[in-house]
Design a binder for this molecule. Sequence first.
Ligand SMILES: *[C@@H]1O[C@H](CO)[C@@H](O)[C@H](O)[C@H]1NC(C)=O
Ligand SMILES: *[C@@H]1O[C@H](CO)[C@@H](O)[C@H](O)[C@H]1NC(C)=O
Ligand SMILES: *[C@@H]1O[C@H](CO)[C@@H](O)[C@H](O)[C@H]1NC(C)=O
Ligand SMILES: *[C@@H]1O[C@H](CO)[C@@H](O)[C@H](O)[C@H]1NC(C)=O
Ligand SMILES: *[C@@H]1O[C@H](CO)[C@@H](O)[C@H](O)[C@H]1NC(C)=O
Length: 397
Amino acid sequence: MASEPKFMVIGFLFLILKAASAQQLGVYNVKAYGASGYGQIDSTKAFQDAWNASCATAGKPRIVIPEGKYLVGPLVFKGPCKGMQVIELRGELLASTDLSIYVSNWIQFQYIDGLIITGNGRFNGQGATAWPHNQCPKKWSCKLLPTSLVFSYVTNATIMGVTLLDPKLFHMQVFKSNYVTFNSIRVTAPGDSPNTDGLHIAESSNIVVNKAVIATGDDCISIGPGNRNLSITGVTCGPGHGISVGSLGKTPGENDVVGLTVRNCTFIGTSNGLRIKSWQSSVSALKASGFHYEDIVMKDVYNPIIIDQEYCPYVSCPEKDPSLVKITDVTFKNIRGTSLSEEAIKLVCSASNPCEGVQLQDIHFEYTGDKPNISLTSTCVNAQGFSNGNVNPNSCV
Ligand SMILES: *[C@@H]1O[C@H](CO)[C@@H](O)[C@H](O)[C@H]1NC(C)=O
Ligand SMILES: *[C@@H]1O[C@H](CO)[C@@H](O)[C@H](O)[C@H]1NC(C)=O
Ligand SMILES: *[C@@H]1O[C@H](CO)[C@@H](O)[C@H](O)[C@H]1NC(C)=O
Ligand SMILES: *[C@@H]1O[C@H](CO)[C@@H](O)[C@H](O)[C@H]1NC(C)=O
Ligand SMILES: *[C@@H]1O[C@H](CO)[C@@H](O)[C@H](O)[C@H]1NC(C)=O
């Protein structure tokens, strides 16, 4: 029956109409490109084809990923595109667990001006089988596993509503990008998963993170060199290592970090709260300045406020020269909660480049560690600044 000419003609017309209407509306459904929503068959090519078609479309085309599970290997969503790109993620993307197929990262967005990623879908890095292969917590130089989402040379982007889980390395990374906003993102990985930073930002400006919930094994948000004007508000971190500027100074030619606001954030059971760290022997001399931390609540945090310019997580680091990173104008204001260590405030700055303009204002911590009869302390080494309001433990600046 189906081979009768009139049915074939009708079928053919239907296909043309379907394609035409998809084209007109600018909707690119990955299923129309052959993606399988049952999580078994590799759908990498379908996703890449859908992107290429959408990227070549002017206006505001939309890539739709319907409910279902889609197994995909490395994807490069590369621009420049003709229009603004919208990706509506309703399903779950599953990263291939075959490490041999990755060149660098899992899903990369590059050279795009105008991008929206929206929906209640999930990016599942399926990292558990890769974690034992990660040597970075032990070795100074190590091969990096794939990060789940990487935005490089992206401007004017909003990522909202989506969930990321179990990456092989970082959940997300922003590099050489401007005006990127993360809104209401959820990030989840076990507290002992290695190097699973929630978001790492480097060489970028005007990046905003608002209302995220980040539970992971490493930094909640880490801020590398070369960043300007970052804003982090309404973020809940824990478990994990807290919000960290650094580690700075590891590689030659690092650029300054200037302008960071962290406001209305909560830390629950993290190893650090607000941290600035630079390597013990930095090869790079750079400035880190204009950081403002305000309205922060912490519960059972091991190092609530910490500047560590002698950072060396390994048994030994190359040399022991003082850090060349100069930290200035850092304000900690209205910060309260509980500390698991006695040293709730620890400001260990560089002997050759002391911290200047460190301000402590209205800080209150109580001890919730195991030791009896502990009163909290604050430690300052090469740290200059001032305090006002009530500061408990008593300020050392
Ligand atoms: C997608 O477009 C890029 C160029 O932008 C090209 O290199 C690549 O082969 C295309 N991929 C597919 C699957 O068509
Ligand atoms: C960002 O994208 C929106 C939507 O396309 C557009 O209206 C706006 O002009 C863009 N802003 C910049 C700074 O490119
Ligand atoms: C800093 O970032 C915020 C949020 O993106 C933006 O509104 C503001 O204009 C930026 N300031 C500068 C000086 O670029
Ligand atoms: C603080 O952040 C929470 C989300 O953690 C949000 O619901 C609340 O509205 C924020 N408050 C202010 C004053 O911005
Ligand atoms: C703790 O302090 C109380 C009262 O000051 C004292 O009786 C007790 O011996 C102290 N315990 C320890 C282990 O120092």
